[in-house]
Design a protein around this ligand. Structure first.
Ligand code: NAI
Length: 344
């Protein structure tokens, strides 16, 4: 009997994207992941090739497959087009951004880290409701941004976080907020969390609240006090980079964007223009994102094999890329992973 094939969209991305995507694909092939890839483009690559950073064909493909593996996409800072990552999240209502961070190399500054950050992915200050007010000769004399959080948006991500925690045998959910200052914008999130815990999850899982600035400090002082963290969009963006720093940096951090209409898996890091084209990028984040994708379609055994191969390649074979102090380039690292996947 042949295994059922799963259609999925593949977006190699910008900068180091195609290099780390090639590595991820060789590993997925090695575990015989049954994805039938529909290769599409987005970001700067698409802008150059088609004049549109998010072509209709890419959107149509994800609409059809409801599943995608995506490399990092470059977003111009300041002016230029709006983030394609944000547009994809909006287009497919990808309300939950799940970013696990686990120690893969023991003996570092922080050992035995095992945290999961659940970030609200559609609302808050990320909505881009911004404008300038000109005064005299200064067109940018005043800048105004409006954040929007809704009860329904908070319910979606908080419920996902509580259910995720219970399903994965986690002990505690911490809601991170700034309701002491932004009493409405993040107050609604805290209020919804308290209410949901009281009505639905009390006695089933521990619950605590922490203000975002204290959370940032506590993560550095004693990250082991946390387990699953859930927060609004911008705080989640910042804290997930901090958390990736606890486990060796951005090259180790995968992310799943889960929504009502699709799921898109990616590395937390960006297109790393400073090292693009050199073939030295660490592909682990995207490879771990591929493992999250395998979990998402129920292929837990294959996902576990990928994760074990990463740990063994790093710690038993001692093969590592430059950002982790090693000398392997992306291709050499991927080949070592493939051999681990195949030979155990
Ligand atoms: P970045 O994450 O691309 O790079 C930050 C630093 O980490 C750089 O020094 C880079 O060389 C290093 N780095 C990142 N990934 C690495 C890897 N896999 N292996 C080794 N080193 C790695 O962040 P930056 O420079 O702020 O952003 C560059 C571009 O990426 C921007 O256009 C930004 O908008 C975009 N971006 C895209 C994301 C996405 O597609 N999900 C997420 C974050 C940024």
């Amino acid at each position: 009997m042949t295994a059922q094939r799963i259609p999925a969209t593949l977006i190699p991305g910008d900068g180091i994207g195609p290099e780390i995507m090639d590595a991820a694909l060789t590993v997925l092939d090695a575990v015989e992941a049954p994805f039938d890839w529909d290769r599409q483009i987005a970001g700067m690559t698409a802008l150059k090739e088609t004049g549109d950073p998010l072509p209709d064909a890419t959107l149509a493909s994800i609409r059809k497959t409801k599943l995608a593996l995506k490399g990092p996409l470059e977003t111009p800072s300041g002016g230029g087009f709006r983030s394609i990552n944000v547009r994809l999240r909006e287009a497919f209502k990808l309300y939950a951004n799940i970013r696990p961070a686990r120690t893969l190399i023991p003996g570092g500054r922080y050992d035995n880290i095992d945290l999961v950050l659940c970030r609200e992915n559609l609302e808050g200050l990320y909505m881009g409701y911004e404008h300038f007010i000109p005064i005299d000769n200064d067109p940018h004399a005043v800048a105004i941004a409006t954040g929007v959080n809704t009860r329904q948006g908070a319910i979606h991500i908080l419920e996902y976080a509580f259910e995720y925690a219970i399903k994965n045998g986690r002990k505690k959910v911490t809601v991170v907020h700034k309701a002491n200052i932004m009493k409405a914008l993040t107050g609604i999130f805290l209020e919804t969390a308290r209410d949901m815990h009281e009505k639905k999850y009390k006695g089933r899982i521990q619950f605590e609240e922490v203000i975002v600035d204290a959370c940032a400090m506590k993560l550095v002082m004693n990250p082991w006090q946390f387990d699953v963290l859930v927060t609004t969009n911008l705080f989640g963006d910042i804290l997930s980079d901090e958390i990736s720093g606890l486990v060796g940096g951005l090259g180790m951090a995968p992310g799943a964007n889960i929504g009502a209409d699709a799921a898109i898996f990616e590395a937390v890091h960006g297109s790393a223009p400073d090292i693009a084209g050199k073939g030295i990028a660490n592909p682990i984040a995207l490879i771990l994102a591929s493992a999250q994708m395998l979990d998402h379609v129920g292929l837990h055994d294959k996902a576990d094999r990928v994760r074990k191969a990463v740990v063994d390649t790093l710690n038993v074979d001692n093969i590592r890329t430059g950002d982790l102090g090693g000398t392997a380039n992306t291709t050499v690292f991927a080949a070592a992973l493939v051999s681990r996947v195949k030979n155990g």
